[in-house]
Every structure is written in structure tokens, then in C-alpha cells.
Design a protein around this ligand. Structure first.
Ligand SMILES: [Zn+2]
Length: 203
């Protein structure tokens, strides 16, 4: 069974990372792994239709390839965070190389005048060393699993809609892999939040 809600013991191990936020009516939608031509544009159109703001954790090399999409994200008033240069896996490389990959992404952000709001490790993979050495790491409380081909959009919605509560940080992906599910769940999540008077905000 796919676990959409992060069990509370995990944040308890890593309390200085951000997993959710104290909020009145705000829910924080986040999109990882872009910018991706057409897919990110679809996300931006959906958000715009609902007057929603969100956060994009971008891969540095995709930023280099798609500067006009980055521009569009920024003009629309969404936030952007660092998701490494090459979508690196913290469990499969040494800490020095991993930090170098984060730095490369940061440098791309500086070149493109992007103000990063924080770092999200790909796959949510964290090591003890990382935990001691890094600040401003933003994870999530609700994992839609939109990248998982064995989940149907209907099943995702059934599990995820009840988890959309004030303060939730929700992760989706503006990637080709997630798109078959994203294209269904995103409009439904936006409509649900509107109905519940939840305010979709950027981090
Ligand atoms: Zn990712």
C-alpha cells in the first residue's frame, strides 16, 4: 500500500527540517523535477485559473534548458527552490559530491536571478551528515505519488483529498513521468481546496 501521509515519527527524527507549516487556512502545493516544457505550462495554467500560488523545486539542468518557463514561474509570483543540478541521490554518493551538485544548482539560480526559498533533497533522501550540515531543507507532509504508475488518479484523490488540511505541504511532480496522473489530480485538488476555503500559497 502506498503511504500518502508522512508518519509523524519521521519528522520527529529530523525536527529542524520543514515538513509542514503552522497555518490558518494555507495549504502549500509543491512541484518537483521541472521545469518541463508543456507540463510546467499546464501546471501554471491550472494554478492561474484558481488564483493559486505554489512552489517549484527545480532541477538545475532543467532550469538551464528552460529559461522561459522559469521566467513564467517567477512572473506569476510562485516560489522556487533548489532540487540539485542533476537530481542526485544522497544515499548513492559521498556528501562532498552531493553538496557540489547543490552548489551547481545554486549557481544556475544566481545566473538566472532566481531567489531560492530552500532546498529539497531528491527522493526525500536524507543522511545524518546532511542533517547536521544543512539548513533550510523543505520536505513535505503529503506525498501524492503522482510519479507511481501503479496508482490510479482516482485512488490518489481518494487518499489525498482528506489530507489537505491547513499547513500541509503537498508534493507533486511537473515531469513527463507524473503527467498521466498529475493532469487529473491537480485540477481536482485545486477545486477541492477552493471548496474547503483553503488558501493555496507559495512557501
Ligand atoms: Zn525530485
Amino acid at each position: 500500500m502506498f503511504i500518502h501521509q508522512i508518519p509523524s515519527f519521521i519528522p520527529a527524527f529530523f525536527p529542524h527540517f520543514t515538513w509542514s507549516k503552522a497555518a490558518d487556512r494555507q495549504v502549500y502545493l509543491t512541484f518537483d523535477d521541472g521545469p518541463t516544457p508543456e507540463i510546467t505550462d499546464f501546471v501554471l495554467e491550472c494554478l492561474d485559473e484558481f488564483g493559486a500560488k505554489a512552489t517549484f523545486f527545480c532541477i538545475g539542468k532543467n532550469v538551464v534548458d528552460n529559461p522561459s518557463i522559469i521566467q513564467r514561474i517567477q512572473t506569476a509570483g510562485h516560489s522556487i527552490g533548489n532540487h540539485t543540478m542533476n537530481h542526485s541521490n544522497a544515499w548513492k554518493m559521498d556528501y562532498t559530491s552531493y553538496k557540489e551538485d547543490i552548489k551547481q544548482c545554486e549557481e544556475v539560480f544566481v545566473q538566472q536571478k532566481i531567489n531560492s526559498i530552500g532546498f529539497r533533497p531528491p527522493y526525500g533522501r536524507i543522511t545524518r551528515k546532511m542533517y547536521r550540515g544543512m539548513n533550510n531543507v523543505i520536505l513535505w507532509s503529503v506525498l501524492t505519488g503522482d510519479y507511481n504508475e501503479s496508482l490510479s488518479p482516482e485512488n490518489i484523490l481518494q487518499s489525498v483529498l482528506p489530507l489537505l488540511k491547513p499547513g500541509a505541504i503537498v508534493v507533486m511532480h511537473d515531469s513527463f513521468k507524473a503527467y498521466p496522473r498529475l493532469k487529473v489530480i491537480l485540477p481536482a485538488i485545486l477545486a477541492h481546496c477552493k471548496e474547503q476555503n483553503l488558501v493555496l500559497s507559495a512557501l
